[in-house]
Design a protein around this ligand. Structure first.
Ligand code: AMP
Ligand code: MG
Length: 419
């Protein structure tokens, strides 16, 4: 049976990045850039003052032997941000200048207003305590970004600071790979909607709402379909509906039970199986495939997630999120695993690697992790006290406290400092 690492590789090989589209910058938060960004401009576009103060000729302010000096200069004008002026600063003169204003001709340093004393409308005394090099408190034209320089790379995720940089450079619209639409289809004769009271033998469809939240947490758009019965016609019709999206995540019906019809109905709908079953716990029955595009339909990637809530959740975190990252062109789509030190002994048994619900936190700058008291694939309650899965390779052995393990932090969770 496939192991997790090979399953991840197969997903990454199968999923192709979606085509780029132009998007207004203001709508691009969370998208991935679809091309390298080369600046057509210098930034800042002019030499500008970093301080409110006085624009001077640095050569006027030399200290010679003394350790400090007060220097009197004649004020020839004032410049605020957004103004342009013909003023020329010469030896013995200064221009009063505000932060962000262009440096006037002739000036090559700015002395902060805090070091000044106004003597009259046109005279100021500047207190100098150290050598003032040329360029003091001036941000040179092109200091931050040079025309022709690459400032962002294809595949980078757009956060508020990337938006600021692109806005600064005048990119009002940009090519991005947009988050996909993800259809969610829960299957099972035993399922009722979450606002219904289950009858005998029935349970609520908790997976669909959970998976929709997991999809939304990635920035993609979830589309929850009505529950499908364990019955070929109903399942098939709902699968066809879900295949209209970029991704389809089914839950349930992928094991070996009599009514586990999902693999055969996916095949009948033209979805090619890439793999079925991964040697892991929870999540062994997971199914992955692709329906290729044709003239009348675009391609769709399909995950058959096991019905047990924890299995569904962890398979989503490991596999579906990897596929979503690849689809959006992320440079490294593999799950962001981190090293953590085990806090208590963990006994591993069996031929499947375990992704055990655990609590990771930060202690003395390092990540430490404690497995929770998880009772098995349906015990979603124990995950409420957990924030990650810790991975234990297949085999028979005790992992002792102090050993290093890998953890995957779940959607909506974060690592807190240990109290
Ligand atoms: P299955 O994978 O269909 O064999 O289901 C495995 C277990 O998960 C069964 O106990 C189901 O009742 C349960 N289950 C299946 N689908 C859901 C769902 N949408 N929400 C919660 N539990 C489910
Ligand atoms: Mg079922």
């Amino acid at each position: 049976m496939l192991n997790v690492s090979d399953a991840l590789k197969q997903i990454i090989e199968t999923v192709a990045p979606t085509k780029p589209s132009m998007l207004p910058l203001s709508d691009s938060l969370g998208c991935l850039l679809a091309e390298d960004v080369i600046s057509d401009e210098d930034s800042p576009p002019f030499d500008k003052s970093m301080m409110d103060g006085y624009a001077v000729c640095a050569s006027d302010l030399q200290l010679n032997e003394s350790s400090s000096r007060d220097i009197e200069l004649t004020i020839i004008g004032e410049l605020t941000a957004g103004q342009q002026s013909e003023l020329k600063v010469e030896s013995g003169t200064t221009v009063r200048i505000m932060t962000g204003a262009p440096i006037p001709n002739g000036a090559d340093a700015v002395i902060p207003v805090e070091q000044s004393k106004l003597l009259s409308e046109v005279k100021v005394s500047l207190h100098i305590e150290r050598i003032i090099p040329q360029g003091t408190n001036i941000l040179d034209c092109g200091k931050n970004v040079r025309q022709g320089e690459q400032v962002l790379s294809s595949g980078q995720r757009i956060r508020p600071q990337e938006i600021a940089l692109l806005a600064e450079l005048g990119r009002a619209s940009i090519p991005v790979r947009q988050p996909p639409t993800v259809a969610i289809l829960a299957t099972g004769d035993e399922l009722v909607e979450i606002n219904e009271t289950p009858g005998p033998g029935q349970i609520r469809n908790s997976n669909a709402t959970m998976l929709a939240a997991q999809v939304a947490a990635t920035g993609a758009t979830p589309i929850v379909l009505p529950i499908a019965k364990d019955q070929r016609e109903d399942l098939r019709a709902k699968i066809e509906g879900g295949l209209q999206c970029d991704f389809l995540c089914l839950s349930g019906g992928v094991s070996m039970g009599k009514l586990d019809l999902v693999p055969s109905e996916l095949a009948a709908a033209g979805v090619q199986q890439i793999f079925h079953k991964v040697a892991m716990k929870p999540g062994k029955p997971i199914w992955f495939g692709k329906r290729s595009s044709s003239e009348s339909q675009s391609s769709c990637y399909v995950f058959g997630l096991p019905g047990n809530p924890i299995s569904s959740m962890i398979c989503f975190e490991l596999f579906v999120k990897t596929a979503l990252r690849k689809f959006q062109g992320e440079e490294n789509p593999f799950p962001p695993l981190i090293e953590a030190t085990l806090q208590k002994d963990f006994s591993q048994r069996g031929d499947r690697e375990v992704w055990f619900p655990s609590y990771a936190e930060i202690e003395n700058g390092k990540v430490v992790v404690t497995p929770t008291g998880w009772k098995g694939s349906s015990d979603i309650r124990s995950t409420a006290q957990a924030n990650c899965s810790a991975s234990f390779p297949a085999g028979e052995r005790i992992f002792t406290a102090g050993e290093s393990v890998q953890v995957l932090v779940w959607s909506g969770s974060r690592l807190n400092p240990k109290l």
